[in-house]
Design a protein around this ligand. Structure first.
Ligand code: 13P
Ligand code: SF4
Length: 357
């Protein structure tokens, strides 16, 4: 077996590595009382909530009400970087908290649950990944945001779903060969779009991987007027049927902008909260996860994102537990790959990175 086949094997998680999807059951009285206490502590501690769209709607509403942000991974990183708050409470998954710390080492970063991880991060161990990079030294190393701080430290570039195609197109123009990790579906999508030469790590998102192409085709037949919005972590059989492929923010934007009444959405259903807020008169249908090969480990809801809750948020504000720390050495290397992306996106690809790819 050569190095390519050794490292480009499938990184499938064991069942016991995937937690069940659990949501917090609280009544209106408890919700309001938790929110009131959280708001007081946020004020006292000069803290803001930085939340992803996949978290519980209670957290998204609270983030909006308190001057925090609810967004995709790219804008979570940007917001944290620009915020003057002393503490960022990252409601999302581990890599989002680590990215916030890398960009803002002087700030205190707290997370409601330290076990909130991501199958892509878990499927790309730093030691194996580094070995793979070492064996392919002529390649530029591009990693998705959904990776550990240590993997980002090994990379030349970090990208997000909203920026991956632009960055790879940019590198392709410079005739660079690319190592891509860890999401194989996003990697294949970007490769098709750009035509770049890419070695693709074989990780996957357990949530998006469940969407089924054949069943989606049947649903579309029954609803020919529906537009299909797809996150690029989905399999190619699903992506191929999309009217629009993009990051979570781009999906929400397309939902608002497209002149249609009905939408089939292939991403975590936590996003429906923002979509309904934007256009309550439009119909949202979940892309099918059932059908041939269905396992429904998550039923289109990320079990790690679901670990975030109001109760846990209050607990970390009260106790200061669950602070994210990243080693200084890792911060300085990982910062390069993340800041390169922030610079690239803010300059809209017009920067002169001639010797910096
Ligand atoms: P976005 O950056 O598009 O929000 O994606 C993050 C993610 O984890 C999707 O599963
Ligand atoms: Fe990771 Fe998938 Fe959850 Fe996103 S939805 S955080 S990619 S496991």
């Amino acid at each position: 077996m050569n190095s390519e086949t050794t490292y480009l094997r499938s990184y499938t998680l064991k069942k016991e590595q995937i937690p069940p999807v659990i949501s917090e059951d609280i009544d209106d009285y408890e919700r309001e009382s938790l929110k009131k206490k959280i708001k007081e502590l946020l004020d006292q501690q000069e803290a803001v909530i930085v939340s992803h769209y996949y978290t519980d709607s209670d957290l998204q509403i609270l983030a909006d009400e308190t001057g925090g942000c609810v967004s995709d991974s790219l804008d979570m990183a940007r917001f944290g970087n620009q915020s003057s708050a002393k503490t960022l409470i990252v409601c999302g998954v581990r890599f989002m908290g680590e990215t916030a710390k890398i960009l803002n080492p002087e700030k205190r970063i707290l997370m409601p649950d330290m076990d909130a991880n991501c199958s892509l991060d878990l499927g790309c161990p730093e030691d194996e990944f580094s070995k793979f990079c070492d064996e392919n030294p002529e390649h530029v190393v591009v990693v998705y945001a959904n990776t550990s701080a240590a993997v980002k430290a090994r990379a030349d570039w970090m990208v997000t779903s909203g920026s991956a195609v632009d960055v790879i197109n940019y590198l392709k123009k410079k005739n660079k060969k690319i190592i891509w990790a860890p999401d194989k579906y996003l990697g294949e999508y970007v490769q098709k779009k750009s035509g770049a030469e890419m070695l693709i790590w074989q990780g996957s998102c357990i949530v998006h991987e469940e969407f089924k192409g054949k069943e989606l085709a049947s649903l579309r037949k029954n609803h020919p007027d529906a537009k299909v919005l797809v996150h690029p972590e989905s399999p190619s059989s699903v992506i191929e049927q999309a009217d629009m492929v993009g990051s979570t923010t781009e999906i929400i934007r397309a939902f608002g902008d497209m002149n249609a009444k009905k939408f089939i959405v292939a991403t975590d259903k936590g996003i429906f909260h923002k979509m309904k807020e934007l256009a309550n008169n439009k119909i949202i249908m979940e892309a099918p996860t059932a059908g041939k090969g269905a396992t429904c480990t998550s039923c289109a809801h990320c079990p790690w994102m679901a670990m975030n809750s109001l109760k846990k948020l209050l607990h970390v504000l009260k106790t200061g537990e669950n602070e994210i720390f990243v080693e200084d050495q890792i911060i300085s290397s990982a910062k390069n790959s993340i800041e390169k992306l922030l610079k690239f996106t803010s300059n809209n690809q017009s920067i002169g990175l001639a010797n910096d790819a």
